[in-house]
Design a protein. Structure first.
Length: 117
């Protein structure tokens, strides 16, 4: 059974930091990524990373503040979030894919991140 389990969400003040983790089990993924969905909005891509970690991409609004990384030995992907803003408030979802970079077929259940002003 393939599972992606996120952790690390919570409540933080603006300017603070959080580190999200996503532990995968059941298989490995060539591509892993993070998405988020704010209330009343569509789910949006946040960051993605290739198997080697040498190819990482970010949505414009988080560049310079968020860093995606992965530990293949632990089958885990991370999202370090710094300088958080209230507009970063959302449910954050981990995703895994085995096809071309940027394609995802497995999803976690999400973890809530709330940034207070």
């Amino acid at each position: 059974q393939v599972q992606l389990v996120e952790s690390g969400g919570g409540l933080v003040q603006a300017g603070g930091s959080l580190r999200l983790s996503c532990a995968a089990s059941g298989r490995t993924f060539s591509n892993m990524g993070w998405f988020r969905q704010a209330p009343g909005k569509e789910r949006e891509f946040v960051a993605g990373i290739s198997w080697s970690g040498g190819n990482a991409v970010y949505t414009t609004s988080v560049k310079g503040r968020f860093t995606i990384s992965r530990d293949n030995a632990k089958n885990t992907v991370y999202l370090q979030m710094n300088s958080l803003k209230p507009e970063d408030t959302a449910v954050y979802y981990c995703a895994g894919g085995t096809g071309a970079l940027g394609t995802y077929t497995y999803w976690g259940q999400g973890t809530q991140v709330t940034v207070s002003s």
